[in-house]
Design a protein around this ligand. Structure first.
Ligand code: NAP
Length: 293
């Protein structure tokens, strides 16, 4: 069994690292804000003082960080990941970042003799807790085979899309769908409300229709109660739609729905909804139509 390292214990990283611990893996942990490591350490994880120490003392290091900026900083900072990369080390980046950044991170790691996998995930906090994530991988097949026993403890399916950056491209593709569906649900509820329909019955209608999904069931209570505690923070959805827009521009591809969703989520973020769940895009649509919750 390999010694594992985990950097980034936020909404997603903490339950994922916990699942590895609960299966008897040896896990070294690091998080920028110290308080988030407490529960993991109580469950048997070893706290280490820097990303460099994590890589030094682990065979495989997983990262689950907010965005490209966070990943770059953890890689290149003093006592960062790159200082300890050497032949034999595997770095698995599960953060959602751009395909271009995944590619350049892979090059930095390979220049030092290590192997980098981009392995972002589809599925939110509930799926992370319940090991139901879908893991989307770009990078070396042999390294993936080494990591697969651990991916199996984190999710229900691993899909290898090919070389480095392809996992990140796949993640942006699935989140394009997520963002558009999120806005579609918000607009459906808004339209129903303006038409004088009872919200509870509209939610029931969707639940019994062919448009019912695990995603909708996960958000239904939020719409009903008008409360949006974050599972997938709206600011992260806005970040992903920004990445999708940049990537679509690079690929010279027009995506009308994604473009519109990018505008709406960005305005929701700017109007004080950044830390709410992405389902709060519905609140933004209501605000834009001067409707009180
Ligand atoms: P989160 O709760 O905000 O956690 C972000 C993590 O990144 C925290 O550990 C945070 O450390 C760390 N971080 C941020 N900036 C940093 C920096 N400059 N240096 C060092 N560490 C830094 O986010 P999350 O919901 O777990 O999401 C993590 C990633 O998974 C994101 O890329 C997101 O898009 C993706 N994702 C999320 C979901 C979801 O439903 N939440 C689903 C699929 C994919 P601190 O604790 O110190 O802030």
């Amino acid at each position: 069994m390999h010694t594992l390292g985990w950097i980034g214990l936020g909404h997603m990283g903490a339950p994922m690292a916990m699942n590895l611990l609960q299966e008897g893996c040896q896990v070294n942990v690091y998080n920028r804000s110290l308080e988030k490591i407490t529960a993991l350490v109580e469950a048997g994880a070893t706290p280490l003082p820097s990303p460099k120490e994590i890589v030094k003392q682990s065979d495989i290091t997983f990262m689950m960080l907010s965005d490209s900026h966070a990943v770059k900083s953890v890689l290149a900072q003093e006592n960062g990941v790159l200082e300890a990369i050497k032949p034999g080390k595997i770095l698995v980046d599960m953060s959602t970042i751009s395909p271009e950044d995944s590619l350049s991170n892979a090059e930095f790691v390979s220049e030092r003799g290590g192997v980098y996998l981009d392995a972002p995930v589809s599925g939110s906090v509930g799926a992370a807790i319940g090991r139901q994530l879908v893991i989307l991988v770009g990078g070396d097949k042999t390294a993936l085979e080494i990591c697969q026993p651990y991916f199996q403890l984190l999710g229900k399916k691993t899909i290898h899309f090919g070389s480095n950056s392809k996992g990140s491209s796949a993640k942006l593709a699935i989140n394009l769908l997520l963002g558009v569906i999120g806005q579609g649900l918000g607009e459906t509820l808004l339209f129903a409300e303006k038409s004088g329909l009872e919200k509870e019955k509209v939610l029931e209608m969707i639940s019994f229709s062919s448009m019912n999904t695990p995603l909708f069931q996960g958000k239904k209570e939020m719409y009903l109660k008008g409360e949006y505690p974050s599972a997938f923070m709206l600011e992260l959805m806005a970040k992903d739609l920004g990445l999708i827009k940049a990537e679509a521009n690079r690929l010279e591809t027009r995506l009308p729905l994604a473009e519109q969703a990018n505008v709406t989520y960005r305005s929701a973020k700017e109007n004080g909804k950044a830390k709410l769940d992405m389902a709060a895009v519905y609140l933004e649509l209501k605000d834009q139509n001067n409707i009180k919750e």
